[in-house]
Design a protein around this ligand. Structure first.
Ligand SMILES: [Fe+2]
Length: 306
């Protein structure tokens, strides 16, 4: 009945060459063969693609594609989305083939973020080889990673993720980014799918950025993979959004950098892998055990010291 995992991301951009360089040379994902005209595909594992980058007139995370178990689960989910009053558009057979799935439909959450839900994933026997020497990305049952959104329609959107889509709460905190006792904090919902990843989707209580995405996350196999990616970020002068650190809630070690789309990419490793039978929803007060100094925090500090 639930969602299995994050399968792929659909990104629209007017800067496909920048995305290509970012993904292959900085992140270390592999360009894949095929794709319709105006579309480039990128792999991080044996799935036929994980990034679908399409040329268009905007910088946007157009959709996150989440997998369900089978045709019956997809039909049941589609019925719940329709009953919730959200628009549904079925992918054609040709579109499904291009997505590397058996069938899918498109919809949006109450805040307008694009989603696709599919079953029947396609894999390739062609080996994954990172052009930047990444030893590998952790996917498999855990899926591609996670996708994080923001909206001031927080409660309605969280309820849609939980009651309609079938994600479950992992951590439901209010984060305080300052020491000001008057700071009301910011609500977050970290939600899991039917796999051991702490969250496959998350939602923050703040205005949605123009790109439609706060950040997306990829997990690398080793600490050295993350550190070398951090070096490549610096060498390519990609803006660092948050310094190296470790999260409290999912224990992930890593950093954030700005994608050509304006939203962030979190690169991490060594997270919690959770058995949900033994889990009670948590409510942390801060996002990070150490590190993760955000670019806006640095700018504030530099302004205060000027
Ligand atoms: Fe994240």
């Amino acid at each position: 009945m639930g969602i299995k995992a994050l399968g792929y991301l659909v990104i629209t951009t007017a800067k496909p060459a920048e995305w290509d360089q970012f993904l292959t040379e900085v992140v270390g994902v592999m360009k894949a063969a095929g794709g319709p005209k105006g579309v480039s595909l990128y792999r991080v594992d044996d799935r036929v693609f994980r990034f679908w980058v399409q040329e268009g007139g905007e910088e946007r995370l157009s959709a996150a594609g989440y997998e369900v178990a089978d045709a019956a689960a997809l039909a049941a989910l589609r019925a719940r989305v329709v009953a919730a009053g959200r628009p549904v558009e079925d992918g054609t057979a040709d579109e499904a083939a291009a997505r590397g799935v058996s069938a899918f439909f498109r919809t949006t959450d109450p805040a307008g973020h694009g989603f696709e839900f599919f079953h029947g994933d396609r894999r390739t026997d062609a080996p994954f080889v990172s052009p930047a020497g990444v030893s590998g990305f952790v996917t498999g049952k855990m899926g591609m990673g996670h996708s994080v959104y923001a909206t001031l329609q927080f409660e309605e959107t969280h309820a849609f993720y939980r009651d309609v889509l079938g994600f479950r709460d992992t951590d439901f905190p209010r984060f305080h980014f300052t020491d000001d006792p008057a700071d009301p904090g910011m609500g977050f919902a970290f939600m899991h799918a039917d796999n051991g990843r702490h969250h496959s989707i998350a939602l923050g209580e703040m205005p949605s950025p123009p790109s439609g995405s706060v950040h997306i996350m990829l997990e690398m196999k080793t600490l050295s993979d993350v550190g070398k990616c951090h070096d490549r970020m610096r060498a390519h002068k990609v803006p660092e959004s948050a310094t190296l650190g470790r999260h409290v809630n999912d224990r992930t070690f890593g950093f954030y950098m700005q994608t050509p789309g304006g939203f962030d990419l979190e690169i991490g490793c060594d997270p919690l892998v959770i058995d949900w039978q033994n889990w009670t929803t948590t409510a942390h007060l801060v996002p990070s055990e150490w590190g993760h100094v955000w670019a806006w925090q640095k700018a504030l500090e530099e302004g205060q010291n000027a």
